[in-house]
Ligand binder design. Structure first.
Ligand code: G6P
Length: 353
């Protein structure tokens, strides 16, 4: 218990460690005077070809986020579940960069995908938290996310650190940066602290702890956050939860929406009008809606609860939105008396395929 620093669970402690984790991840990698990003470990990395991400679980959600960051900068990037990655089915050549996103650096599916990529002659990069891990040793290059040890089985601070590391990777690979980009990264730790200090997530969790199921929707950079929000809820509460791109709601999941299924909608950035349209669709089915938003004035009249986050631009506000979702899941699981740090049937690192 000493290791929990007064928190009831490692998970809650690790959620609160996120400002520090991000500061460590950024240290000596961003230059505020020049508006530049430089990652020492990647000084030898050259990449002109396409990028393929391979990952599992929460790391896969970070990879989806990272692939979008790269595509926004004009880099061809695809994302694969490591267990579905098949070098025979996707073109892999010597100019392909395969990036394994893996907190532990030991996940068997991810290791197997990275080994296959290496055999095919691709350049490989491990984005990992653990120095000297199998992924770090297997790959040609390694970038550490520097989140510090994570004990809770459900990944929290490592997800945020992966997102920030991927933002820096997108800048390194595209050789593009700006004062604004670096300042936004620099501001993230304080903004996360603001979310932690002012969060109403506990009250929202108490309002909906008896719900049958939970849905999470978001588009663009918020789509992976919706997936992650649902995964966290499943992992630690054992309740039914689904996350999907907001536009997909009408293509099936809407049939499951009732007055007993709260919908968490990520409404951040400049383009929230389409997702607000989806919110109206679920409200017409009497579902309660919780908005995670940086625009409370615009959205509050359409929703039942607001979980506010500061504005960090379209790329980074979703990182803040995810912190609110971590807290909601934590407090639902806490109210239910679940084994939060060691959920049933799950392991921190899965070393079988
Ligand atoms: C396990 C953990 C998840 C994690 C996944 C990938 O399933 O329970 O929390 O996201 O492995 O782990 P990795 O170490 O590769 O990021």
């Amino acid at each position: 218990d000493a290791g929990k620093s007064g928190y009831d669970h490692y998970m809650l402690k690790e959620i609160h460690e996120q400002p520090t984790a991000i500061r460590k991840c950024l240290r000596e990698r961003v230059n505020e005077l020049e508006g530049s990003v430089g990652v020492e470990e990647l000084s030898e990395l050259e990449c002109d070809g396409p990028v393929q991400f391979v990952a599992c679980g929460t790391s896969y959600h970070a990879a989806l986020y990272g692939a979008r960051l790269l595509r926004e900068r004009g880099i061809r990037a695809q994302c694969f579940l490591a267990s579905e990655y098949d070098v025979g089915m996707v073109p892999v050549s010597s100019d392909t960069l395969v990036v394994g996103v893996t907190q532990s650096g030991e996940t068997a599916d991810t290791m197997s995908a990275l080994r296959a990529a290496n055999r095919s002659g691709a350049t490989t990069l491990a984005l990992t938290n653990v120095v000297g891990s199998s992924a770090a040793r297997e790959c040609d290059h390694v970038m550490y996310i520097r989140a510090g040890p994570e004990i809770g089985v459900a990944a929290t601070k490592t997800f945020a650190s992966q997102q920030v590391a991927l933002a820096m990777l997108s800048s390194v690979l595209s050789e593009e940066s700006s004062m604004e980009f670096v300042e936004r990264l620099r501001d993230l730790p304080d903004q996360i602290q603001q979310v932690l200090d002012g969060s109403q997530a506990r009250g929202v969790a108490e309002a909906y702890e008896d719900s049958d199921a939970y849905f999470f929707i978001g588009r663009g950079y918020n789509a992976p956050v919706a997936l992650e929000g649902a995964l966290k809820m499943k992992e630690i509460t054992y309740k039914h939860a689904e996350g999907f791109a907001a536009g997909e709601l009408k293509h099936g999941p809407l049939a499951l929406v009732t007055e007993k299924t709260p919908v968490f909608a990520m409404l951040t950035g400049s383009d929230i009008s389409k997702t607000l349209g989806n919110v109206k669709e679920v409200e017409a089915r009497s579902a309660p809606v919780v908005a995670v938003t940086d625009s409370p004035d615009t959205v509050s009249r359409y929703v039942d609860h607001v979980l506010e986050v500061p504005s960090a631009g379209s790329r980074f506000t979703p990182i803040l939105a995810n912190i609110q979702l971590q807290l909601v899941s934590y407090w639902v699981a806490n109210r239910m008396g679940r084994s939060i740090d060691k959920p049933r049937n799950l392991a921190k690192s899965v070393t079988v395929e």
